[in-house]
Design a protein around this ligand. Structure first.
Ligand SMILES: *[C@@H]1O[C@H](CO)[C@@H](O)[C@H](O)[C@H]1NC(C)=O
Ligand SMILES: *[C@@H]1O[C@H](CO)[C@@H](O)[C@H](O)[C@H]1NC(C)=O
Ligand SMILES: *[C@@H]1O[C@H](CO)[C@@H](O)[C@H](O)[C@H]1NC(C)=O
Ligand SMILES: *[C@@H]1O[C@H](CO)[C@@H](O)[C@H](O)[C@H]1NC(C)=O
Length: 513
């Protein structure tokens, strides 16, 4: 049998197999698709800030990646990922913000990390700021609440482009500003702990305005960085730049107009909050030209004057700084009930959209529980979220910048309990099945990153929740591959002619021979 015919039959067999949505393999994704694993600086490097977290821990040592990055790159290499998403610690590069010095040790660390990645054929995918900002900037002017931060962020981003942009071709400005603004300034769950009644009891803050002031400064900081990149670096460096938002899927609780609209509002208040620079938002198309570069109309309608205004000059800048791609962190889904037409209790995360969320309906959970409260495995939500952004933003290229499974831990669990993570394998596999389905329906998705490469410091959960493909013993810092690492590695290495598929296909070939 000719090679071409064999190929054709394999492709055909593959087509048949991929329609059966119970399996997924590398061949379901485009050949140049980016497959990686994600981390963030503070969660793995070993840092030096303080925080109040569940188990009283902090990120001082974390995974000590700062000293073990060569070992960690070897782990990535053995997985077979072609990209690694990590963030740059602002404090490590500019300990005092734009008034201070550029820390040569910080630059040297990222230089070495980037070079070592490229040597292994692993493309760096860099988040400029993943939550952490120099403490100094909070002390000086209140961090994200002040417009001053726009200059600092632009300065920091430019240092990154200048130092690393010759080798880094995929940049994102901010990670999950939608969650970060709410957790820091609406519920007060994150350090700084700002909030007010009825969202929470904090010593200071104003939940009805501060999240949007912080968000406004994040958007303008992002625009500043993108504008600098476009004007001074993109031409000669040839990279791409976007932003990462966290987007849960919101499923209407009841099949009523009220709950369907509530779900749409909750969605608009998540990622689209940060997309005023997306010229192709079809909602804006329908409106007057001067509405271009503004917040989603769903937010403007509800928040009114609590949502800051952009000046004409800012709008112009936002429109000039169109995104090259959108990064989506997606994990789970919730049911949404309307609170606009019937009053309900305040929802600490989504209440501003006049909705209340719930993980169950008529006593049935929305998906399989995971080790983290509120995180249920709802694989179909991956396809729905991707299709929503595809439609709303005219199929702007997307990367799934985070997706992964939370494993609970306690002191009586053995290393074997952690490494036999069959639930994580099921989770990743089923989410990839629905991602492949969205791609078949035309969504321009360019990559997928598992959160996370390593068990790490999970913010307010400390080290009690584990997301890693690799288990980390936090006493010895030893890394051990979990079943999921082996599965992901096998998945990545099985090309169209790879072992698993070849077996199934060769049976089909035998029948047709
Ligand atoms: C929050 O700010 C708004 C607008 O300035 C004001 O009306 C409201 O009273 C403030 N709330 C608190 C709790 O300070
Ligand atoms: C919701 O209701 C509409 C109209 O009553 C119906 O066509 C549709 O099938 C229902 N959807 C679901 C998911 O039940
Ligand atoms: C620890 O976790 C294991 C496995 O999930 C569970 O069976 C056990 O009950 C837990 N022990 C405690 C003390 O929570
Ligand atoms: C791993 O866990 C599965 C159930 O989740 C169990 O069937 C299997 O025997 C376990 N394997 C090992 C090596 O413990």
């Amino acid at each position: 049998m000719g090679v071409e015919l064999a190929w054709l039959l394999l492709l055909l067999a593959h087509g048949l197999l991929s329609c059966a949505s119970s399996s997924v393999d590398r061949g379901d994704f485009p050949p140049n698709f980016v497959f990686g694993a994600s981390t963030s600086a503070y969660q793995i490097e070993g840092a030096y800030l303080e925080g109040t977290v569940e188990d009283g821990s902090n990120g001082d040592t974390a995974d000590d990646h700062y000293h073990r990055y060569m070992e960690d790159i070897e782990l990535m290499n053995s997985l077979g990922v072609n990209s690694y998403r990590f963030s740059i610690s602002w404090t490590r590069i500019l300990p005092r913000g734009r008034v201070g010095y550029v820390n040569p040790d910080g630059v040297a660390f990222y230089d070495a990390l980037i070079d070592a990645l490229l040597e292994k054929g692993i493309q760096p995918f860099v988040t400029i700021s993943h939550y952490d900002i120099p403490h100094e900037l909070d002390k000086q002017y209140g961090g994200w609440l002040s417009p001053e931060i726009q200059k600092d962020f632009g300065y920091f981003a430019e240092v990154c482009f200048k130092m690393f942009g010759d080798r880094v071709k995929l940049w994102t400005t901010l990670n999950e500003p939608n969650l970060f603004a709410k957790f820091s300034y609406m519920d007060g769950w994150y350090p700084l702990g700002h909030c007010s009644h009825p969202f929470g009891n904090c010593a200071s803050g104003n939940s009805s305005i501060e999240p949007y002031i912080a968000g406004h400064n994040m958007i303008l900081s992002h625009a500043n960085a993108v504008s600098i990149y476009r004007k001074k670096y993109q031409g000669k460096q040839g990279g791409h730049i976007g932003i990462v938002v966290c987007s849960r899927w919101y499923e209407p609780f009841c099949n009523t107009t009220e709950d369907i609209l509530a779900a749409e509002r909750a969605l608009a208040f998540s990622g689209p909050w940060y997309s005023p620079f997306l010229r192709n938002d079809f909602f804006f198309f329908a409106k007057d030209a001067h509405d271009l570069g503004d917040y989603p109309p769903e937010m403007r309608m509800i928040l009114g004057p609590d949502l800051p205004e952009f000046t004409q000059a800012q709008k112009k800048k936002l429109l000039e700084t169109k995104l090259d791609f959108i990064g989506l962190n997606h994990y789970t889904a919730v049911y949404v009930k309307d609170c606009m037409f019937s009053p309900c209790e305040v929802d600490p995360v989504d209440g501003d959209a006049r909705v209340v969320t719930s993980s169950e309906r008529d006593g049935v959970l929305i998906g399989e529980p995971t080790g983290s409260e509120h995180y249920y495995s709802v694989p179909y939500a991956m396809e729905k979220v991707v299709m929503y952004y595809k439609q709303r933003y005219n199929n702007t290229p997307m990367y799934i910048t985070e997706n992964g499974y939370a494993q609970a831990s306690n002191s009586s669990m053995t290393a074997e309990d952690f490494t036999n993570d069959t639930q994580r394998v099921d989770y990743i596999r089923s989410y990839l099945i629905f991602l492949a389905s969205a791609i078949r329906k035309g969504a321009d998705v360019r990559g997928y990153f598992v959160w996370s490469l390593l068990d790490n410091f999970e913010w307010t959960s400390g080290y009690t929740i584990r997301f890693g493909l690799y288990h980390v013993d936090f006493k010895t810092l030893k890394r051990t591959p979990k079943l999921s690492a082996k599965w992901y590695g096998k998945f990545l290495k099985e090309s169209l002619l790879g072992t698993g598929l070849q077996k199934e296909s060769s049976q089909l070939l035998q029948y047709s021979a």
